[in-house]
Structures are given as structure tokens and as C-alpha cells.
Design a binder for this molecule. Structure first.
Ligand code: COA
Length: 255
């Protein structure tokens, strides 16, 4: 497969930035890279292509214009009539089961699924002024992306309760202390460090890298898949709740 075959949609850019390294960029800057259905589909396709291409050994996931992502597109949430966008769950499944390493580079905002997807990445780096938030409760929703299972494991139950129940914004140092960011870089430096680590991974024996990832992940894989599905079911119900409808209307009215 050549790089020309890789998926290119307007809202997800893919580029071979170094030997064996595919950079995947969320690209809806006028919406702070909010994830609508097309963007989720583009991300799923990019991960699938990277997984299928023997020439690609590591992925770097980042956002355009100094922003990681503001999370699910709230207009899509507000328009939900039965349940949440299934394509979001397919994306979470794709990133949480990828066999090749995924390295995240975060600048600016990482909200909602923008934070939870980091828990599935193997390595993650954030610029000093990055801002994270798990705003599910304030939106009348509930945790998603396996975060109700993974965050207590990664950060401990007290820290997870603080981040998931209060849902306040927090900075890169807190994300690093909580354990889902490897290191905090100077502002604007996250991508360079992520690329450096991805290049290092790509230079290592690929089967050994994937085996090591699998060994670290497999004991939790079933529990994570189950948490993603359980949360998705409840999240879908919450999307239709009066609490959530009021929160979406309030966000969209401010615009
Ligand atoms: N869904 C849809 N549109 C979004 C969005 C989202 N998740 N996040 C931002 N946008 C849109 C805004 O409506 C705004 O559109 P406008 O220019 O037509 O008014 C534009 O992107 C810029 O956003 P703005 O809020 O003006 O930028 P900011 O830099 O002041 O704030 C955020 C950035 C991310 C803090 C803020 O946009 C925000 O809180 N977004 C919602 C995050 C969220 O709750 N996501 C869902 C998680 S479950």
C-alpha cells in the first residue's frame, strides 16, 4: 500500500512524517476540532490503514491549529434522537485495540473524548498550557470511552472521582500527575516530542513492540471493551434526558 492510498478527508489529515511514522491530525479548527461523524469515520479509517500497512510502525495523533479536540460535536449530541453516535464507539474500539503504538501530542483543549482517548494511547505528551476536561456530569451525561474503568486504575479512585464527578478543567501538570500524560513540554513542544518518541518506536523491531503492547494490554482488554459498551448504552440514554438537552441548548445558545 502506498501513502497515496491512505485516507484523506477534510477533517482528518494523514501524513507520513518520518520513516514508519504516520501522523493523524484532527482538522476542524473552526470548531476546535470537535468530532462529528465524518471526523470519527476519518479517524477510524486512518487507524485501520496504519494497522494494515506494514510500512507504518507507529501513529502520532494530534490536532490542528494548536488545539487537540473539543470532544464530540455538541450539535450532533443535541440532534441525537435514539442514542449517541455509534461511530464514536467504533472509534474508541479502534484506538483501544490498535496493535501498533499510538502516541498523542496535545496542545490547547482536550475535552471529553479528547481526554478519554488519551487513556488508550500508549504514550502522550502535552504542552504546558494544554487544558483538559471531563465535562460529562455538567452536560447531564455519564463517563464514556472506558474512562469510568480506566481512570480509577490509572489515577486512583479519589483523583478519578475529582476529575470525572466534578468535571472541572485541569492543566497538563495535573494530567501528568494523574498518569495519562507522560510528560509536559514547553508550549508548542508536544508534537516534536511525540514525533521523536514515535520515530524511536518505529526504529525498534516491530513484532517485539507490538507483542510488548499486547502483553501490557491484554489482561484489561475484556474489561475495557465491556466498560466502553456499558457506558455507551447509558450515555445514549442520558443524551435524551432533560438534563442533557438543557445543557446542550445552553451551550449552543451562547454561540
Ligand atoms: N461541538 C460543537 N461546536 C463546538 C465544540 C463542540 N464540542 N467546541 C467548540 N465548538 C465551536 C463553538 O460553538 C464555536 O463556534 P462559533 O465560532 O460558531 O461560535 C467555535 O467552535 C469556537 O469555540 P469557542 O467556544 O468560541 O472557543 P474557546 O476557545 O472560547 O473555547 C472550548 C474552547 C473547547 C473550551 C469550548 O468551545 C467548549 O467548552 N466546547 C465544548 C466542549 C464540550 O463540552 N465537548 C463535549 C464533551 S462530552
Amino acid at each position: 500500500m502506498t501513502m497515496q492510498d491512505l485516507p484523506r478527508t477534510e477533517t482528518v489529515l494523514t501524513e507520513a512524517v518520518a520513516p514508519g511514522v504516520l501522523q493523524i491530525t484532527m482538522n476542524r479548527p473552526d470548531r476546535r476540532n470537535a468530532l462529528d461523524r465524518a471526523t470519527y469515520a476519518g479517524l477510524i479509517a486512518a487507524i485501520a490503514q496504519a494497522e494494515a500497512d506494514a510500512g507504518i510502525r507507529a501513529m502520532v495523533l494530534t490536532g490542528a491549529a494548536g488545539c487537540f479536540t473539543s470532544g464530540n460535536d455538541i450539535k450532533d449530541f443535541a440532534a441525537a434522537s435514539t442514542n449517541g453516535p455509534r461511530v464514536a464507539i467504533e472509534f474508541l474500539t479502534a484506538i483501544s485495540t490498535a496493535r501498533k503504538p499510538v502516541v498523542a501530542a496535545v496542545e490547547g483543549f482536550a475535552v471529553g473524548i479528547g481526554t478519554t482517548m488519551l487513556m488508550h494511547c500508549d504514550l502522550a505528551y502535552a504542552g504546558r498550557s494544554a487544558s483538559f476536561r471531563l465535562p460529562f456530569v455538567a452536560l447531564g451525561l455519564c463517563p464514556e470511552g472506558g474512562s469510568s474503568h480506566l481512570l480509577p486504575l490509572i489515577a486512583g479512585t479519589k483523583r478519578a472521582a475529582e476529575l470525572l464527578m466534578l468535571g472541572e478543567a485541569f492543566g497538563a501538570e495535573v494530567a501528568s500527575d494523574a498518569g495519562f500524560i507522560n510528560a509536559v513540554t514547553p508550549e508548542g513542544g508536544a508534537l516534536a516530542l511525540a514525533l521523536e518518541k514515535a520515530r524511536a518506536l518505529a526504529a525498534l523491531p516491530p513484532q517485539s513492540v507490538m507483542l510488548t503492547k499486547d502483553l501490557m494490554k491484554h489482561s484489561q482488554a475484556g474489561a475495557i471493551a465491556k466498560a466502553i459498551e456499558t457506558e455507551a448504552h447509558l450515555f445514549g440514554e442520558r443524551l435524551l434526558s432533560d438534563e442533557a438537552k438543557a445543557a446542550f441548548a445552553a451551550f449552543l445558545m451562547k454561540r
